[in-house]
Design a protein around this ligand. Structure first.
Ligand SMILES: [Zn+2]
Length: 199
């Protein structure tokens, strides 16, 4: 779906069982690639809201959508936008995460800064690249690069550098532009600091 309402390019594809149905999700993914999409990210708010049902359907549903796709693929597990779901109310862990090792997705995208996620869970995803949320979007204060660098360093205790992709947590669209920009700059600066340390 083009985010033309916000006058920004973007693609959001939801994989949920029956929304509207799996065949349509697959069609949307193929159409997006035919239209030139470089990356397909499936946003998945559902598996953490209903992990019991997710155990029965989610991996199959995701794999049906991503079968044979050759562009990089991501599954994003959503805790919700910070403006709507305050970080303090976000759970400190995902109840359906290790299972995603069995999906065809190349990358798993998780929020970690706001919910102060215990990153020990990432050991179960050693076959995946991890897109790790390192910006707390529930806090309007712009993090220093050093704070973000610490979050990246912490992530590197659990994920090798060539598999770690720093990213914001959810909800940047609700932030004033200058704050969003400042946070993204802090993230880029932090990545540069850490890259220098490890190269
Ligand atoms: Zn999200």
């Amino acid at each position: 779906m083009p985010l033309s309402f916000y006058k920004r390019p973007g693609l959001v594809v939801y994989v949920t069982c029956g929304d509207p149905d799996l065949a349509t999700t697959r069609e949307i993914v193929l159409a997006a690639i035919a239209a030139g999409a470089d990356v397909i990210q499936l946003d998945e708010p559902w598996v953490r809201n209903n992990p019991e049902l997710a155990k029965r359907y989610a991996v199959k549903a995701i794999n049906r959508a991503l079968q044979g796709i050759t562009v990089p693929t991501v599954v994003h597990l959503c805790f919700g936008y910070a403006a709507v779901v305050p970080g303090s109310t976000k759970p400190a862990g995902y109840s359906f995460l290790a299972e995603l090792a069995d999906t065809h997705a190349e990358q798993i995208s998780i929020e970690a800064a706001q919910p102060r996620l215990d990153l020990g869970v990432l050991k179960d995803l050693s076959s995946k690249k991890i897109m790790l949320g390192v910006l707390d979007l529930g806090n309007p204060e712009i993090e220093t690069a050093e704070i973000v660098a610490d979050r990246i360093r912490h992530g590197l205790k659990y994920v090798a550098a060539d598999r770690l992709i720093p990213a914001p947590d959810c909800g940047m669209k609700y932030m004033p532009r200058h704050i969003a920009f400042g946070k993204l700059k802090a993230m880029c600066d932090a990545a540069a600091i850490v890259r220098q340390e490890i190269s």
